[in-house]
Write a protein that binds this ligand. Sequence first.
Ligand code: AMP
Length: 285
Amino acid sequence: MKTVRSVRGLREALKPQRAAGRDVGLVPTMGYLHEGHLALIRRARAGHDVVVVSLFVNPAQFRPSEDLEAYPRDEDRDAALAEAEGVDLLFAPSLEEIYPEGFDTTVSVGGLTSVLCGDPRGRGPEHFAGVTTVVTKLFNIVQPDAAYFGQKDAQQALVIRKLVRDLDIPVRIEVCPTVRDQDGLALSSRNAYLSPLERERALSLSRALRAAESTVAAGELDAASVLAAARHELDQAGVEPEYLELRSVTDLSLVERVNGSTLLAVAARVGGARLIDNTILGDAT
Ligand code: AMP
């Protein structure tokens, strides 16, 4: 595996691969890799001749009050994990490489980005503009045949699919299932912030999702009842959600009744960690 830090270096490394007709899979990450990231990497490894993993903590998707400085970083460990998974190229650019002096362009997707994690009372649509700007850059730099994202960030995956569709970016978007710890907690680099007690409380997010699934499985499809079942689990743990909502998985509009394609999404702060999780209710349960 080769670590590359410049756009030019990456293009040079990929040129002979493309000339030989090899196809390329990209896994964008902010590093501090865990099994969730590794699942995406394995999917990419199984499907492509060349696998590129990007490692970039993107300031543009953090709010000024967020944890940009504290965000966990360990490039040596990430490189060892990526290498063990057979990654070919680790793209780990500096801030200046991605946002050189004078950089002043934003790519923003409308519609889907002002609810849930994009709600102006929370992170705001600027969060997603930060994501879509850097992802567009990564797509242009790497020009992958496919890029791999996690269902854990369900809204992000929808926004990226829309970005690619609206701008005719020639990349296939693959979305992989959420990887969880044995106790149900969705893996996240931010779980590193949790004390053992906070981790216990954090389990209420996945419990809330399971409670909603059971409610739906028992035939209750009314949104208020399903949300109440989920909310109960959060209340028990003293966790106040930033949001807990049922929305259409296609356009994120609010739903009154669960149908085959309803997303239940939750975000909550537990200690110093802002955690998110989701499940699709209906057909999948
Ligand atoms: P991040 O480094 O947190 O920006 O995540 C990089 C990619 O990994 C995104 O596409 C995430 O959706 C995905 N990801 C993060 N956590 C998980 C998880 N627990 N299961 C599956 N994918 C994940």
